[in-house]
Design a protein around this ligand. Sequence first.
Ligand code: AMP
Length: 218
Amino acid sequence: MRPQALIFLGAPGAGKGTQAREVSKHFSIPQISTGDMLREAVRSGTPLGLAAKVKMEAGELVPDEMVCGIVDERIGQPDCRNGFILDGFPRTIAQADCVGCTLEAKGRGNPLVIDIQVDEDLLLKRLTGRRTCSVCGEIYNVYFNPPRVEGVCDIDGGKLLQRADDSEETIRQRLVAYEEQTSPLIEYYRAKGLLHEVDGNRKPEVIAEELIEFLGTA
Ligand code: AMP
């Protein structure tokens, strides 16, 4: 894979994080998740975290200026030289314009956009069943990929937690935000000839294998 920016698009629960993790490991490029960065800011109680917390808990998007700033700063770091994965960013047309300008200004060329498409009933099961290890971040699902012992990570014995915004009410709001604000990005990138669509209704390992093969030639 040549050094380039990869953007992972998809509804909440589409498997962006899971696939980005595999691609990141395989090609040794960083996975940049705005959701993880915002959750970290919330945990540390920074001004950004305090401002983002209310929006995140309501399942709404955080204002564009906030996320564009942290992404701009992150992709300027040395470990992004050989490429990087934007996981969960951009999520609005304004964010896409913003990252497009940044990449151009840095001479990084066009991003390659991977859109992971998943049917809504499956999205709901993936979100309500999702559990994350509080130590290593490994992702499980109580329906499809349960840990050997309930509530405990297979890898390091860490406690498995449900994300605060994976409650049913917040999930509904996040899906609305996706439909209204993020799904127009599919056409936006398709029109620029940058979109690669992936059927995300299959097993994660099957998708990852296919994606890595595709990216190896991209
Ligand atoms: P995620 O982990 O990607 O599902 O993101 C969790 C939450 O963080 C979202 O529901 C938003 O509130 C916020 N968030 C993450 N990325 C963005 C973004 N690119 N733009 C606005 N809000 C975001």
